[in-house]
Design a protein around this ligand. Sequence first.
Ligand SMILES: Nc1nc2c(ncn2[C@@H]2O[C@H](COP(=O)(O)OP(=O)(O)OP(=O)(O)O)[C@@H](O)[C@H]2O)c(=O)[nH]1
Ligand SMILES: [Mg+2]
Length: 288
Amino acid sequence: AFFAQFRTVDEDFFDDLEELLIESDVGYETAEELTEQLRDEAKLQKAKSHEDLKRVIVEKLVDLYDQNGNSEDEKLIYNPDNKPNVYLFVGVNGAGKTTTIGKLAKRFKDEGKSVILAAAETFRAGAVEQLVEWGKRVDVPVVVGKEKADPASVVYDATEKAIKEKADYLLVDTAGRLQNKKNLMSELEKIQRTIKKLLPDQPTETLLVLDGSTGQNALLQAKDFDKTTKLTGLVLTKLDGSSKGGVVLAIRNEMNLPVKLVGLGEKPEDLADFDAANYAIGLFHGLV
Ligand SMILES: Nc1nc2c(ncn2[C@@H]2O[C@H](COP(=O)(O)OP(=O)(O)OP(=O)(O)O)[C@@H](O)[C@H]2O)c(=O)[nH]1
Ligand SMILES: [Mg+2]
């Protein structure tokens, strides 16, 4: 529809394209930069037809995403000589941490790896049960503490168990909300310190889980969490809905954090690796 509106590719076309990119949460700066590049590229490639332009736009989105990184850092890190590989999951409440951990546990289990889960979210009622439920569902052990236990103590026990059993992976679930943000951040810091006490090189991954429909606020969340627990990547959830998750382009552009996983539903198999080209096409399809 967007392309049909335009007979010719002129200034109006690029103005409207920029507006549409902003609306899909790519971010103002990124949208401006991208439109600028597209304008140049379209001229350079003499892209006059709409088909030409669609190709140029998708190419540019992928380029923008890949700019500083190589595609290698998009993969989850697994080091067989450094077991257990500890993955710490952080993010605001409802983002999809627990669900992602359940799905990832299934993936690793299916690959023949040994996995242990740590229920380090003891604040919210029902949180531990939710992870235990996932553990049963995908047949993976879950370390839990006593009621209202200190989350760091649960992590300590789980790390010890993972070391003793030479587990391939330890996936740590954390709270998304405490009494206030300061409490949450200091708890996450304490959890990270606890892991390092036993395993100085861990966690291998500290992943920020983001609800794909969060919009521009996701960039603020990424900056906040990165300050406390240096992040290694993002998980973008709920892309099965209407959300395009355009904000990851802004996060990539400003913070150079790769998206490592995407959530595509609530079932154990609804998890995929991030693919920049697919993502760009999806984002772009949302625009037209
Ligand atoms: N459609 C869809 N729903 C998802 C996805 N990921 C998670 N959800 C749902 O989102 C809700 C919140 O997910 P949780 O995994 O509980 O989120 P959390 O980050 O652990 O939340 P807290 O424990 O409160 O901090 C649940 O109802 C999940 O089923 C996804 O990729 N797609
Ligand atoms: Mg949770």
